[in-house]
Design a protein around this ligand. Structure first.
Ligand SMILES: Nc1ncnc2c1ncn2[C@@H]1O[C@H](COP(=O)(O)OP(=O)(O)OP(=O)(O)O)[C@@H](O)[C@H]1O
Length: 699
């Protein structure tokens, strides 16, 4: 599960606070409530006495309010900082350290980086940049700047843009988070004519910074071993994964050479023990290697534009293939300040817009009227795209920076690509013509499919018996339509009012559905909630699911952002996985991501999806202010307009797509373990994976 999927609120163990219990009356209170006068034989009804206020809870006072000091919060809640404690999170530690070295390179202070995985499991990253400052920090007497960087959250040189222009680092927490989550971490800095060293364990320094020896070298080295207490005793760095991450970085900045070394005892696969990465043609080199062996329809269109006004830089490489790449029809890889953004964002949108506009203009120029049919979807359908932007003050979603949200990135990319792509098209008319015809064919194919579906859905709708609870959408064609499966009737009511009637249908579910993984076939057949669900999706009772029957393009599970909601969502995912796996495999199933908090101050309102997002918003939008913070108890509590804005409207919401890992046997085992009938399997799994059990579902 991605870090953005609905998760229990970790701060209170996922539990809503219990309502206070009525307090038993004490005798003295009971006495006071006696009527003052003797009761008359025909008593007049006196107004009801209000329930006494709950007695003060003497155990809940100032002493119950804990303040986590230093790096303690990171060790208590690692998920907030690195998205979990699984293998991905473990390797994220390495990414944080490598990103710091890359930032030195991108700022033109370092030319080389050395990455080493040692025999004892430590990984080290060294650069020949300026070296972390070691002089005493003015705000923390007795501590070097290096120690402050390593032990104080939100300390760093990347806030003002003076020491770094376009950096991947933003929040000033990466190095201290790695330190907090490492059993041991050693920092060496070479600067001011000396070699300096300071060592740490689990976020604490093991002694003051030491001047080791005079040295003419420059740079920084961080060597660390992730903490078994956090990641478990079997967790360790995977050479192939580190190698891939390291190599990918080198493509992103042509001004850097990266040297790779790995102790042979660590190598369990094809990873080479030594390598050097240097790619003078940057992303074009990467794309050429990535598509080696596939039949390309066009040459690679690549380039780099640096804005003179210091507003940033863009580098890209795009190629179209007639037959798709490996097992994918298309792919997009995007980066901002060398940080991968797997969930895309504004830079990707800007690129698609630029390519589409130029192709349409080219079609117009050559008199091809069908150019009007082309959409960004057709342009990207059989393309391999790599895009990297360098901008000041980028805005991401979350500390793991998976999606770029800066709107200036879209403008920057769109402007940067417009002229070069126009020139590329007019520069080789034969190739441009081939590409244009190919993309127009894709557009026509898309429209034909849409028509076919329109007919199918119209006739299917006429024949189908639909469940009474379903508020269907009015569009006949399945393309562009969505079914929201909503927890509870009251949330269903808000959703009905907040939806777009044309494209969004609502099906409210009452409570938890039957657990498909442990129910008998007979029980399944008799279950009306499940057969309603099947009917709404287009599956006739007793019939097997066929992909073309699907009545909506997206099926969106919308449950409360709490433990119960997560449970209902997992039951539904299991149901879909078991009864219509093709639908899940095709990527039609999504999770809505309702916010957990509303933060407001005057007219400024922001919504946060979880605690880390809340902390981010507080730091970014409400510095020095005291906003009102409300926690939504459930979807039903939201006003229809709020639900629309935060969770349903495609322009403003975020959805998480449910995906399946490649090895189907793994997921079959996992479903059986988590949802099946044997509690002992589940118990063992939970013991092994603690609170992040759901992550392996790769949702
Ligand atoms: N290899 C390095 N060379 C020079 N300075 C460094 C290096 N690594 C870290 N620093 C300094 O330490 C500061 C803190 O680093 P840290 O990784 O904690 O945060 P960040 O990179 O500023 O932001 P983020 O938390 O988003 O990664 C950096 O801003 C930089 O000033």
């Amino acid at each position: 599960m991605t870090s953005s999927t609905p998760q229990p609120n970790l701060f209170n163990g996922g539990e809503e606070p219990k309502d206070s219990q009525p307090v038993p009356e004490t005798s003295s209170r009971a006495e006071k409530r006696q009527p003052a006068k003797p009761v008359a034989s025909n008593p007049v009804k006196t107004p009801e006495t209000p329930t006494p206020p709950p007695a003060p809870d003497s155990t809940y006072g100032a002493s119950s309010i804990e303040v986590l000091e230093g790096l303690e919060p990171v060790r208590m809640r690692p998920g907030m900082y690195i998205g979990g404690t699984d293998e991905k999170a473990l390797h994220h530690l390495f990414a944080e350290v490598l990103d710091n070295a890359m930032d030195e390179a991108v700022a033109n202070h370092a030319k080389a980086i050395w990455v080493e995985l040692d025999a004892d499991g430590y990984v080290s990253v060294r650069d020949d940049g300026r070296g972390i400052p070691v002089d005493p920090h003015p705000k923390y007497p007795g501590k070097s700047a290096l120690e402050v960087i390593m032990t104080v959250l939100h300390s760093g040189g990347k806030f003002s843009g003076k020491a770094y222009a376009t950096s991947g680092g933003l929040h000033g927490v990466g190095a201290s988070v790695v330190n907090a989550l490492s059993e041991r971490l050693e920092v060496t800095a070479w600067r001011d004519g000396f070699e300096w060293q300071q060592n740490f364990a689990r976020g604490h320094s093991l002694g003051p910074i030491e001047q080791i020896q005079p040295s003419k070298k420059r740079g920084t080295k961080m060597r660390f071993l992730p903490d078994v207490e956090i990641f478990g005793s079997t967790a360790h760095f995977k050479p192939a994964r580190l190698y891939r991450m390291t190599k990918a970085k080198a493509y992103l900045f042509r001004g850097v050479q990266i040297f790779w070394k790995c102790a042979t005892s660590q190598i369990t696969d094809q990873t080479p023990p030594e390598d050097k990465f240097y790619f003078p043609n940057g992303l074009a080199d990467y794309l050429a290697e990535r598509i080696k062996g596939t039949e390309a329809l066009t040459d690679i269109f690549s380039g780099r534009v640096e804005r003179k006004d210091d507003a940033g830089a863009v580098e890209w490489a795009v190629v179209w293939s007639g037959a798709g790449f490996d097992d994918h029809d298309s792919f997009v890889q995007s980066y901002c300040n060398t940080i991968p953004t797997p969930d895309g964002g504004t830079h990707e949108a800007g690129l698609r817009a630029a390519l589409t506009r130029s192709l349409k203009t080219y079609a117009e120029m050559t008199g091809d009227k069908r150019g009007g049919l082309i959409t960004a979807e057709d342009v990207a359908a059989y393309a391999g795209i790599v895009i990297s932007v360098f901008i000041r003050n980028p805005e991401f979603q979350g500390q793991t920076k998976d999606r770029l949200s800066s709107s200036d990135a879209a403008r920057l990319v769109e402007r940067a690509l417009a002229d070069p792509f126009d020139h590329w098209l007019t520069g080789s008319p034969k190739q441009a013509e081939k590409l244009l015809q190919y993309i127009i064919e894709r557009a026509e194919e898309r429209l034909k499919k849409r028509k076919d579906k329109e007919v199918q859905r119209a006739s299917a709708t006429r024949k189908l018996r639909l469940p009474g609870k379903l508020a269907d959408c009015s569009r006949q064609d399945a393309i562009g339509t969505e079914l929201f499966i909503v927890e509870g009737d009251s949330a269903g009511g808000s959703a009905k009012q907040g939806r777009n009637r044309n494209t969004q249908a609502i099906l409210p579910l009452r409570g938890k559905i039957l657990n498909v993984a442990s129910a008998t076939v007979d029980k399944l057949r008799q279950n009306s909630e499940l057969s309603d669900l099947g009917l709404a999706l287009g599956v006739q009772p007793g019939a097997k699911f066929k992909e073309e029957d699907l009545r909506y393009e997206r099926i969106i599970i919308m449950t409360d952002a709490d433990v119960d909601g997560a449970h209902i969502a997992s039951l539904l995912i299991t149901f879909f996985y078991r009864t219509m796996p093709a639908m899940v495999r095709n990527g039609n199933l999504y999770l809505a991501l309702p916010p957990l908090y509303r933060l407001s101050h005057g007219k400024e309102v922001h919504y946060a999806k979880d605690d880390s997002h809340r902390a981010e918003i507080l730091a970014k939008h409400f510095k020095g202010k005291k906003p009102e913070i409300g926690r939504f108890k459930g979807l039903g509590e939201m006003m229809p307009a709020q639900l629309k804005e935060t969770t349903m409207d495609p322009k403003t919401r975020t959805l998480a797509r449910v995906t399946l890992p490649h090895e189907e046997e793994d997921i079959e085992d996992l479903v059986e373990t988590l949802m099946g009938r044997k509690p002992e399997l589940r118990y063992r799994y939970i013991q092994d994976h603690a609170e992040f059990a759901a992550e392996d579902l790769d949702v």
